[in-house]
Design a protein around this ligand. Structure first.
Ligand code: KIV
Ligand code: ZN
Length: 519
């Protein structure tokens, strides 16, 4: 008998973006969506169309351009949300509206301030509204794992009758434990009339570090869609790590006996891309995609692996797309070698882009004996930043002085709108602070620096440092990255990149949500 299929809904672009301090541009979201298409996820939750004009555009663009996966937009149980979701996704090859509404007593009483009947009616009427637009409708009872089970069953029965085709049990606050979560999934299948006719889905958060375990327990209990994010990013402690669930199902097929449609060799490239774009580093010992996931340090382990890799590896690095290290890149390397390596790291480049990158690669290779994957990522980051980031100001020059007896002082020269050159200077409580304040003076803004991270330093004496910064402005957070051999210069670039994003958001806030069809 053929195995049943488990589908994956990736919500990196929606729940993942809810990670504190992450903000992705429309173009960055498209880049991730294209990678998810290569990974062959079944559903991409492209965003929450009604939440902002920027999110609407991101969802709409992805719906227009990405083919293969279902494209979903999230919607609160509000008529306008459902309408906006449909407006954004109706051009997709396979669109889905995902309606959610709280079901737990805590949320119903304290957040919604409604009674159970009112909430039930709202769930039904919004699923009906979504169904009027789209045959594929997902419904999520939010905080399902803290909901009175009898009420949850009634709600799920009612939304199935109203037309929901996927019911998604959300462990919104990461409260579930694998055994009791599996019981809940089984009981829903037993007690909810019609549950056998729709897809049973789960959506787990990681507050107790159990999101992946809970998802796997749910699959064993019959769930046939799992939701999660690449690298496990997301609200608070994050969502279930998709790559971990995928590799558990792939590696222990003997146990789960389900099929998946994922191209597992695209996992590592997906992880690197999401890490680069979000600025959220992947911990070295992270399962499946961490830098140390396939490194063996102890003598006994190395001995075993040299004799037979299966002695200490349950999966092979190639299976998840970790590039082998057989090809050393340096100044004698050619375009084909560079392109192959970049593709393995998750970049897909046009001929013209490869030509441009090859030029910068040669300059770097002249300075370094060996160009590592980290060097390439930094190089690509800089190329991308220059070509795709919203740019109002570019850094022309930066000069600073500091020392234990000096007042840190910085002067910056920026190229502003229409090529104007603006120079200003400031003191600060350190050279980075002075540089940021000097940039503020030129741009005419004032921001709070909420995070400063020297994220990656490539190897060697001529190493390149990458700085990630997050700034707060009027309750909004923007992140920026910059790389240079000098950390203060890298900081100036990172700060300016965050400021440029902020200026782009200001501009965007003026724009109305744009649909793609005139009706
Ligand atoms: O965690 C949650 O409850 C959600 C829902 C919107 C599915 O993200
Ligand atoms: Zn969530």
């Amino acid at each position: 008998m053929a195995n049943e299929r488990v589908k994956f809904l990736d919500t990196t672009l929606r729940d993942g973006e809810q990670s504190a301090g992450i903000g992705m541009t429309v173009d960055e979201k498209m880049e991730i969506a294209k990678q998810l298409e290569r990974l062959k996820v079944d559903v991409i939750e492209a965003g929450f169309a009604a939440s902002s004009p920027g999110d609407f555009r991101a969802v709409n663009n992805i719906a227009m351009e990405v083919r293969g996966p279902v494209i979903a937009s999230l919607a609160r149980a509000h008529p306008n949300d459902v309408d906006q979701a449909w407006e954004a996704i109706k051009v997709a090859e396979s669109p889905r509206i995902h309606v959610f509404l709280s079901s737990s007593e805590i949320h119903v009483m304290h957040q919604l301030r409604k009674n159970r009947e009112e909430v039930m009616d709202l769930a039904v009427s919004m699923v009906e509204r979504a169904k009027g637009y789209c045959s594929d409708v997902e419904f999520s009872p939010m905080d399902a794992t803290r909901t009175d089970p009898e009420y949850l069953y009634q709600m799920l029965e009612a939304v199935i009758k109203a037309g929901a085709t996927t019911i998604n049990v959300a462990d919104t606050v990461g409260y579930a434990i694998p055994s009791n979560f599996a019981d809940l999934i089984r009981s829903i299948q037993e007690k909810v009339p019609g549950a056998d006719k729709v897809t049973m889905s789960v959506h787990c958060h990681n507050d107790l570090g159990l999101a992946v375990s809970n998802s796997l327990a749910a699959i064993e209990a019959g769930a046939r869609q799992v939701e999660g994010c690449i690298n496990g990013i997301g609200e608070r402690a994050g969502n279930a790590s998709l790559e971990e669930i995928i590799m558990a199902l792939d590696t222990r097929k003997d146990l789960f006996q389900v099929d998946i449609g994922i191209d597992t060799t695209q996992l590592y490239p997906s992880s690197r891309l999401v890490s680069r774009i979000t600025g959220m580093a992947v911990q070295a010992n992270k399962a499946v995609v961490g830098e140390n996931a396939f490194r063996h340090a102890s003598g006994i382990h190395q001995d075993g692996v040299l004799k037979d890799r299966s002695t200490y590896e349950v999966m092979q690095p190639e299976r998840v797309g970790v590039p082998g290290n057989s090809l050393v890149l340096g100044k004698l390397s050619g375009r084909a070698g560079l392109q192959a390596r970049l593709e393995a790291l998750g970049y897909s480049l046009s001929r013209e882009e490869i030509t441009n990158v090859f030029e910068s690669f040669k300059v770097l290779a002249d300075k370094k004996r060996e160009v590592t994957d980290r060097d390439l990522e930094i190089l690509m980051d800089e190329e991308k930043r220059e070509s795709s980031e919203p740019i109002s100001y570019t850094l022309d020059q930066v000069h600073f002085s500091s020392g234990d007896h000096d007042i840190p002082t910085a002067t910056v020269r920026l190229v502003g709108p229409e090529g104007s050159i603006i120079t200003d200077a400031s003191t600060g409580n350190g050279p980075v602070d002075a540089v940021c304040k000097a940039i503020d003076r030129v741009v005419g803004c004032s921001n709070k620096l909420s995070e400063f991270n020297v994220q990656a330093v490539s190897e060697g004496v001529d190493s390149v440092g990458t700085v990630t910064m997050r700034i707060d402005n009027l309750g909004r957070t923007f992140s920026g990255r910059g790389a240079d051999t000098d950390i203060i210069v890298a900081s100036a670039k990172a700060y300016l990149s965050a400021v440029n994003r902020m200026l782009a958001a200001d501009e965007e806030a003026e724009l109305p949500a744009v649909g793609t069809t005139p009706d």
